[in-house]
Unconditional design. Structure first.
Length: 219
């Protein structure tokens, strides 16, 4: 019900950047539960390597999935920015069965949606295997979760940049004070890293959460 979305709003507003991974896990678990899907995965666009890589893939043993940008359903969504709702993946020419074969899994129904940040596609949310298939209302509900995912991915990127910048500054200070320090402990971390909070939640997202229609069959 809407309680799932309201809890996510609260978690986003009260979390700092270091919690982004945990928030993403909560977002994807919420999407899976609300839509009645078997699995939920967020794919992040890796421009440097022209790949899509999974930020979170439930029920695959923690294995990261990396695929080319033009790969299958998620590649189509990443490149076109269009939502795809497919009742039977094996009947769709865009679907690639390689991952299923690697994981020993049978993908059937797929709902894949682009994740935007400031007008740019930064990833794809994909939920799979709802019985019998995903509905138009599921698309509307997943759109709200994808907005959460967009905020969280942007914050995760920011946290990674901050962490790298902080480490670089620490290394420079170590070299200044003791040129040999960086050789003694190259992985040293600063203990006084400032706590940075999540980006503000857009009013549009709050409004969408409050107006969400949740199927009565889903608990």
């Amino acid at each position: 019900n809407n309680d799932i979305m309201i809890r996510l709003l609260g978690k986003l507003s009260s979390s700092n950047l270091a919690d982004s991974g945990e928030v993403m896990d909560t977002v994807m678990q919420g999407a899976k539960d609300l839509l009645g899907a078997d699995r939920c995965t967020v794919f992040v666009i890796d421009k440097e390597n022209n790949q899509l890589r999974s930020k979170l893939a439930q029920n695959v043993g923690g294995r990261e999935i990396r695929v080319p940008m033009n790969y299958g359903i998620v590649g189509e969504v990443a490149q076109t920015g269009k939502t795809l709702n497919i009742p039977d993946a094996y009947k769709d020419p865009c679907f690639n069965r390689d991952v299923d074969q690697q994981l020993g899994y049978r993908t059937k129904a797929i709902l894949a949606m682009p994740i935007f940040n400031e007008g740019e596609i930064i990833g794809v949310t994909q939920v799979i295997n709802k019985n019998p298939c995903f509905t138009e209302q599921d698309e509307k509900n997943l759109a709200s979760f994808s907005m959460f995912a967009g905020i969280t991915l942007a914050n995760m990127r920011l946290y990674e940049h901050v962490a790298k910048a902080g480490q670089a500054a620490t290394d420079l200070l170590s070299i200044r004070d003791d040129p040999a320090a960086i050789l003694k402990n190259p992985m040293a971390e600063a203990d006084d890293t400032p706590t940075l909070h999540m980006a503000p939640i857009p009013e549009e997202l709050v409004d969408r959460v409050l107006k969400l229609e949740v199927p009565t069959a889903v608990k």
